[in-house]
Ligand binder design. Structure first.
Ligand SMILES: Cc1cc2nc3c(=O)[nH]c(=O)nc-3n(C[C@H](O)[C@H](O)[C@H](O)COP(=O)(O)OP(=O)(O)OC[C@H]3O[C@@H](n4cnc5c(N)ncnc54)[C@H](O)[C@@H]3O)c2cc1C
Ligand code: FES
Length: 283
């Protein structure tokens, strides 16, 4: 069992969990993820490592279905049934001239870990956050601390730009960028890859195919990259964004949408009281 040491609501539907897991923290590297089961009946779900110290790992959970909702419903002191990791190939961290890191949704957590490592390796880091609204633009102080320049964009129009694509294209036109990283929702990563392709700039994306075991055995996370079959959990999750077959990825991610919606509906009906319990526990 893995204890929740800290829980923070960053925005509605976006929760930070710091979990006691010293063995995982010891080996954690930027770009890697863990697989978590909230309770003994829960699905195994992958979550990217956003931060870690000697005793714990931090993840940012975006509430999209039953398993993420179960995790978001936890409070400090609660126990997580199962946690495995670190999994996946880590990002290549090296001094690389100027890099642009683009993150959205939960991605500003792992994006921060990546930017921090790239900065420490001697790269110049330009960071663009794409948030739904100002509430979803979290960890800006941390990100600012590891970036040479930070731009925040908001889908609701509350910042100068609605999304990261325009500001990134402007930067690409005005200065040399050696590599671009994108992490967050699949649509954003696809758009960023399309935007950088005409400039020929290497673009690394952290894919989120459906996963089950996370160790290369089940094939659930199969993706097509450059016409080759790749397993997101062991060959990735980071891949060349210009080579990803995005339509196939999105089609496969939507395979169980109806079942997922029904599962969430049923869980909500059975567990409505948890929201009240959590509120009480927080006060
Ligand atoms: C390597 C990796 C790292 C990830 N890191 C994070 C993270 O740091 N924070 C975060 O909030 N989410 C992350 N995800 C996505 C997260 O795993 C899914 O949102 C979660 O599994 C959904 O489970 P659910 O039961 O809550 O929702 P479901 O009801 O199962 O699904 C709701 C939606 O989530 C998508 N989804 C479902 N299962 C998965 C899955 N196993 N992997 C990817 N997408 C899925 C579905 O396409 C659907 O659109 C990551 C996924 C991968 C593969
Ligand atoms: S999750 Fe099973 S092979 Fe990748």
């Amino acid at each position: 069992m893995y204890e929740v040491l800290e829980r923070e609501t960053l925005a509605p539907g976006l929760v930070l969990l710091r979990i006691r897991a010293p063995q995982v923290a010891l080996k954690a590297k930027p770009g890697q993820f863990i697989i978590v089961r909230a309770d003994e009946f829960a699905e195994r779900i992958p979550l990217s490592l956003a931060d870690w110290d000697e005793e714990s790992v931090t993840v940012i959970v975006q509430d999209v279905g039953v398993s993420t909702r179960k995790l978001c419903a936890l409070t400090r002191g609660d126990l997580i049934f199962n946690l495995a990791g670190p999994l996946g190939a880590s990002s290549r961290i090296e001094k690389c001239g100027t890099v642009a890191v683009v993150s959205g949704c939960f991605g500003s957590g792992p994006g921060y870990a990546l930017a921090k490592a790239l900065k420490e390796a001697g790269s110049r880091v330009i960071y663009i956050v794409e948030a739904r609204n100002r509430d979803w633009a979290f960890w800006l102080d941390r990100i600012e601390g590891v970036s040479d320049r930070l731009t925040v964009t908001c889908n609701d129009g509350s910042a100068e730009a609605h999304n990261a694509t325009g500001p990134l294209q402007q930067i690409l036109r005005s200065e040399r960028i050696d590599r671009v990283y994108a992490i967050g929702c699949t649509f954003m990563m696809m758009e960023i890859s399309k935007a950088t392709e005409p400039f020929g700039i290497p673009t690394r994306v952290s894919l989120m195919p459906l996963m089950v075991d996370g160790t290369g055995m089940c094939g659930a996370c199969r993706c097509s990259v450059g016409g080759e079959v790749k397993f997101g959990c062991v060959d990735g999750p980071e891949f060349d964004g210009h080579k990803v077959d995005w339509s196939l990825l999105i089609e496969r991610m939507r395979s169980y949408l109806e079942d997922e919606m029904m599962a969430l509906d049923l869980w909500e009906r059975e567990n409505w009281h948890r929201a009240l319990e959590r509120k009480k526990a927080l006060h």
